[in-house]
Design a protein around this ligand. Structure first.
Ligand SMILES: [Zn+2]
Length: 177
């Protein structure tokens, strides 16, 4: 079953415009996969594809949030495809912790805005700002950057080459459905 078929089956009865969202994905030729993701993440975007843990997102966060997560990851993907593989790697293995945090923070703020924009355009209503990461707020930025300290150390130790990067990605995407 295609991602579209799987998704529409899972969200059957929702008043949100998933038909339009899947049409957008098809029209833009974005490879999206329904996957089991590790480390509690709901979605993941690389330069090549988007992976969404449809079932867990619905179970833990609901169908509205799933719509937002898909749109959010499309935002990341659309930025990533303009980069070379070297630039992608470069962005996540920045030598400087602050540069890394700045990069991630800006990407997340962008993707949240993009996600809310797509949600509003396709559904004619707002996705509540307080259900996003709210990284415009200093207190949320603080908590998030604390969390990124661990991620930064993890990445710095393990990812040095394209092969390392691909290998780590495989650890996150445990199973494509
Ligand atoms: Zn994100």
């Amino acid at each position: 079953m295609s991602f579209k078929e799987q998704l529409l089956k899972e969200v059957e009865g929702s008043e949100l415009n998933f038909e339009c969202l899947t049409k957008f994905i098809e029209d833009e030729n974005i490879p999206v996969f329904n996957a089991a993701l590790a480390q509690g993440i709901n979605g993941l975007a690389t330069k090549e594809a988007i992976y969404i843990d449809v079932l867990r997102t619905i179970r833990n966060l609901g169908i509205d949030k799933l719509f937002f997560v898909i749109a959010h990851e499309i935002g990341h993907y659309k930025r990533n495809i303009n980069l070379t593989q070297e630039e992608v790697l470069d962005n996540i293995v920045k030598n400087d912790y602050r540069a890394y945090v700045n990069y991630v923070m800006n990407e997340e703020i962008f993707a949240d805005r993009y996600g809310r924009m797509v949600f509003r355009l396709l559904n004619g209503k707002n996705f509540p700002a307080d259900r996003t990461q709210q990284l415009e707020k200093e207190s949320y930025r603080h908590v998030y950057s604390k969390r990124l300290e661990g991620t930064y150390t993890y990445i710095k130790d393990r990812i040095k080459t394209q092969d390392d990067y691909q290998h780590e990605l495989k650890n996150f995407v445990t199973h494509v459905r």
